[in-house]
Design a protein around this ligand. Structure first.
Ligand code: UDP
Length: 238
């Protein structure tokens, strides 16, 4: 499709995107809503790769708080991302979108191992690639996995899906005077400790000049218009 600003995107979804509002776990309706949005983007001719988190199921921090070993708790988090990846695969395939799941932690019975060149080939063939297992390493987050995979597959932008329409100087749910940023630099984001992504992920994007677009995935038009260059959300670059 002509007029696209971004031809290949890495979409970062938090695990909570798969739960019902105020819920946890996996809600098939929530998964389907996301799948339909992704299908729209594919129909625009955009290559789509997805990194999914696991906050709806397990976070390493929860294990730490229970006195667990950090690395073990983190590995549990990475395994949980694979469950979410499979749920998303299921929702996408039932909407007619062809997908491949690749896991950073080998589990050949359920997913392909992560192989960069194979992932790129899938994208070139129009398949949506879902990356599970985070980076495959403890002490990292799926935001960092998203930044890493986006660089590896040469994505034009990392889209961080949130339930608000961009980045604010304070929590818009609590502060009615919160101000939204249309654009930010990486350094501003880091210095002001704005809740875009963790600092490891932002630094990786900065070093590799990968723009980050924070937008509301549940606003039907925000993603479509942004892909056409009419940015709806907050663009972090420069
Ligand atoms: N995790 C990890 N290494 C990674 C990615 C994730 O150890 O490369 C673990 C970590 O414990 C994290 C959990 O997996 O808390 C779930 O990921 P995340 O918290 O990023 O999920 P989200 O907040 O996006 O739902």
């Amino acid at each position: 499709m002509d007029g696209l600003k971004y031809h290949r995107i890495l979409l970062k979804l938090s695990g909570e995107a798969l739960s019902s509002p105020q819920g946890s776990g996996i809600d098939p309706k929530a998964a389907r809503d996301i799948a339909l949005r992704v299908r729209e983007v594919r129909e625009m001719g955009v290559d789509v790769a997805i990194v999914i988190g696991a906050g709806n199921l397990w976070r390493g921090k929860a294990g730490l708080d229970l006195g667990m070993d950090r690395a073990t708790a983190d590995y549990m988090g990475m395994l949980a991302t694979v469950m979410n990846a499979l749920a998303l695969m299921d929702a996408l395939e039932s909407c007619g979108v062809v997908t491949r799941v690749q896991s950073a932690i080998e589990m050949r019975a359920v997913a392909e191992p992560y192989i960069r060149r194979r992932a790129i080939r899938h994208l070139e063939k129009g398949r949506v690639v879902i990356f599970g297992g985070g980076t495959g390493n403890p002490y990292f987050s799926t935001d960092t996995a998203a930044a890493l995979r986006a660089c590896e597959i040469d994505a034009d932008v990392l889209i961080k899906a949130t339930k608000v329409d961009g980045v604010y100087d304070s929590d818009p749910h609590r502060n009615p005077n919160a101000v939204k940023f249309d654009r930010l630099t990486y350094i501003e984001t880091l210095n002001r400790r704005l809740e875009v992504m963790d600092s490891t992920a932002i630094s990786l994007c900065m070093e590799n000049k990968l723009p980050i677009l924070v937008l509301n995935l549940w606003d039907a038009e925000a993603l479509r218009l942004s892909l056409l260059g009419e940015i709806r959300g907050t663009l972090v670059e420069g």
